[in-house]
Design a binder for this molecule. Structure first.
Ligand code: PLP
Ligand code: COI
Length: 340
């Protein structure tokens, strides 16, 4: 299919409308077949559960053009499973995993003219989402829902591409110990808007949130997990029940161990020990791996030896191996790429 005339290399992380989106409706206790539609507007009742009590969850993944010209998505079955977990926690009906993956394939295929060409540095961001669409006024789950998938071509999430970021330790909490931090609920992002705008106003790129109970352990940022590298090249990532289980992070830990032969540890990480790490990065679908050069904790500066000029060497190897797998330059583990 002929590609759209878009300046792929200069895309930011913003919404650009594409031709088709998927929509399925849940009514009378069952999902309908769903279909691709052209209208990008959603019309719902003024008292819809999503508008009043934020009953909504979402997912994020990307479609890539590989070196040999195929269009692929990366581990969409894991996004489907995580959305099922989110839905269950929010008392929403689950959209079945196989149907989710099929709907992703249909939607990406219908918008293949918007999948950026290989080597352009851009990707097609795929955003499945679900919300309560029927009216509720007492606090309770809606009776009706919509599951939708929109797509939009994107460039790097952080301006400046791979320039190392400066992060500040936030005084706000992102998630409570037995709350919703481990699922992809829209409400987690609503509450992060004020802290992240404060961070930007103070000259930082993002927040590091700490565990709400003790405020001594590293959790994550508003939209990505942390990865650290020790002086002897062990890859360390925080373990917590209140962070989003990043699919990128799980994949990178596998890549570190099985492709790069590095030691990996998923464990509690104390703010006090961050000083000892050689490299730091943020990982996620949107962030890929974005290097962190500096973390500021109430005036105390933690500058990583990898510095503010470029990615540290281990972060770079992880980045190159993961993106190599996603773009088909490096053989993927069984089941990681779903060809569209
Ligand atoms: N943490 C948060 C809060 C996120 O929003 C995301 C993005 O999805 C991630 C981590 C990274 O998750 P993934 O790698 O599955 O995109
Ligand atoms: C993603 O990485 O897909 C996300 O959902 C993060 C979001 C902050 C853009």
């Amino acid at each position: 299919m002929e590609k759209k005339n878009i300046d792929w290399a200069n895309l930011g992380f913003t919404y650009i409308e594409t031709d088709k989106r998927f929509v399925a409706h849940y009514q009378d206790g069952a999902w309908d077949d769903g279909e691709l539609v052209e209208d990008s507007n959603v019309v719902i009742n003024e008292c819809a559960g999503v508008l009043q009590y934020c009953q909504a969850c979402f997912e994020g993944m990307k479609a890539y053009t590989t070196e040999d010209g195929r269009i692929v998505t990366f581990r969409p079955d894991l996004n489907a499973q995580r959305m099922a977990d989110s839905a269950a926690r929010l008392e929403m009906p689950v959209f079945p995993v196989e149907r989710f993956v099929d709907a992703v394939v249909q939607t990406v295929r219908a918008n293949s003219a918007y999948v950026p060409p290989y080597g352009s540095g851009a990707t097609l961001y795929v955003r499945p989402y679900m919300f309560g669409s029927s009216p509720v006024i007492g606090v309770k789950p809606a009776d009706e829902y919509q599951f939708r998938i929109l797509t939009t071509p994107v460039g790097p999430y952080f301006k400046g591409g791979v320039k190392p970021l400066t992060i500040c330790v936030s005084d706000f909490d992102r998630a409570a110990p037995h709350g919703t931090g481990h699922i992809k609920a829209g409400l987690n992002y609503a509450m992060s808007l004020h802290p992240v705008m404060e961070a930007h106003r103070n000259g930082y790129d993002e927040n590091m949130y700490l565990d709400a109970a003790t405020r001594t352990k590293v959790e994550e940022t508003g939209g990505a997990n942390f990865l650290f590298v020790t002086g002897d090249n062990t890859v360390v990532t925080p373990k917590s029940g209140s962070i989003l289980p990043s699919i990128t992070r799980r994949s990178l830990m596998y890549v570190a161990e099985h492709y790069l032969g590095l030691k990996v540890e998923e464990r509690e990480v104390y703010l006090e020990e961050v000083n000892d790490f050689a490299e730091c990065g943020l990982c996620g679908t949107a962030a890929v791996i974005s290097p962190v050069g500096k973390i500021v904790d109430h005036g105390r500066e933690i500058v990583f030896p990898s510095g503010m000029a470029e990615m540290g060497p281990v972060t770079k190897k992880l980045y190159e191996t993961l993106t190599g797998i996603q773009m088909g330059r490096i053989e993927a583990p069984e089941g990681w790429l779903k060809v569209i």
